[in-house]
Design a binder for this molecule. Structure first.
Ligand SMILES: [Ca+2]
Length: 139
């Protein structure tokens, strides 16, 4: 064991330097009452949503989803597309593509509070059981 990586993530390049700090330490900040009960669920869900890549942009069903948490431009942030957004997080979607995760986490918390973790579609099929590989070692 030793002191090295805190998450046993399957073979994904961690392209965001900030992510490595995020994965365990921001857990408490990003959990919320309707959120995942275990941090492994959250880490697994983010992996299957964005591959831990803050630059991920996915077009899906007329929506565009941005960044580590795949936050969409229909409800949560606004971009320069024609689609009107409720922009609940009051932010430009591009802010979810940089390496500063503070605003991402704040918006993800709002999503958790209002939609629960099943906003992230990967959660139920892929991250609700057999989570041992996602354990987070405390440093
Ligand atoms: Ca950001």
């Amino acid at each position: 064991r030793g002191g090295s990586p805190s998450v046993a993530a399957p073979r994904s390049p961690l392209r965001s330097a900030r992510w490595s700090g995020f994965r365990c330490h921001h857990w408490t900040a990003s959990s919320s009452r309707s959120g995942p009960k275990r941090k492994e669920e959250w880490i697994c869900t983010i992996f299957h949503s964005s591959g831990y890549d803050t630059q991920t942009i996915v077009k899906n069903n007329g929506k565009t989803e941005y960044g580590l948490f795949q936050i969409n431009n229909k409800m949560w942030c606004r971009d320069n597309q024609i689609l009107p957004s409720r922009n609940i997080c009051g932010i430009s979607c591009n802010k979810f593509l940089d390496d500063d995760l503070t605003d991402d986490v704040m918006c993800a918390k709002k999503i958790l509070d209002s939609e629960g973790i099943d906003y992230w579609l990967a959660h139920k099929p892929l991250c609700s059981e057999k989570l041992e590989q996602w354990l987070c070692e405390e440093l």
